[in-house]
Design a binder for this molecule. Sequence first.
Ligand SMILES: [Cu+2]
Length: 410
Amino acid sequence: MGFKRLIHSKKIISLSAAFLLFGTNLLMAQNTGGTAIDGSTTDKSVMWGSVGYYVLLFLVGCLCVAILGKILRVYDLTQKMQGKKGLNWNNIMGIICLIFLIVGMYGAYWSLTVQGSMKLPEAASVHGVAIDDMFDVTTILTLIVFVITQVLLFGFAFYYRGSEKRKAYYLPHNNTIEKIWTIIPAIVLTILVVFGFFTWQKVMDYTEVKGDLNIDITGHQFAWELRYPGPDGKLGAVNYTLSSPLNILGVDFKDRNSFDDLKADTLVLPVNKSIRLNIHAQDVIHSVFLPHFRAQLNAVPGLPTFFKFTPTITTAQMRAKTDNPNFEYTLYCNKICGGGHYNMQKVVRVVTQAEYQDWIAKQKPYLTDKLREELKLPVTPAPTPAPAVDTTVKTAAAKRLSSNRLALNN
Ligand SMILES: [Cu+2]
């Protein structure tokens, strides 16, 4: 018996030693983990090191619980051998349930406060506020249900733990309870679904509104291309079969509206104006993702689509709000579309109307002289179409833009 116990303890000691050695190696690997090429410390070995560290902690925790269980069992048996009562396992299990409830609730609170603080800053678009409201209502409701059910579950397990003093009440069926726990969740879920339906209707606003600023965004491996309308406020047609190294987007110059279209590197948006992003893809599925505006829509080859939103907070205002002078809105690709997927990012800048007009006046035409040569188009500029009534660019800046275009074409 003594020898057996010795072997048993030897097993435990050697297991602990192996874990210690493993843990020390991991910790050393974390400390000596080299820095990445760009000087950042987000090395993969560090990440896997810390994953291994937490796995190890979990295993050590399990080992401690197992050892504690064995000690209690030995204590229980020795008590019984001495003719005493032994441990009350019902009490132990009840207390474990209570501890689980308290630790679990603290864990949920920690997750809500620490990880909850990592969420995005306030929504910078009209519909984004509605989405955030829906998210908040859903979180609050589920949080209330979570707290009530967990307290009842573990509280009951503790309070009504097995006892010789009382007998369990046999409850085969109770219609009142059945009605309560069917009707209340049904009402709450109906409210959530209806709320979600109306929010969705608002987000996917497909109505054509005069004054929408149309911007073409095209995804390809691995970049986004932007095309803005010229002074006519209209984007020319595109046809992917016309794509060439000089005409990447395949803009169709049989359409007169194409002649004054502009290309841009940064997605600049005037604040409080309805923006319509016309979304295209040329190779695989990409996804236009504007997290700060709570907007995302897939870019599918052969299936042009669009997403409308109205930005409400300028970049300058957001910099002041977040107390971060370097803050920039960003456009991402949210589909893993290949090796360079991570590179499909663009800076988005929300500016005032005046700033926007200054910026658009400086953008270069999509139809470059080289492209004009390739398409054998006359060097003289195409006649400017009558300005559209609904555009917001009928100002001095627009006139300046018009003369700019003439200058560039000459
Ligand atoms: Cu992509």
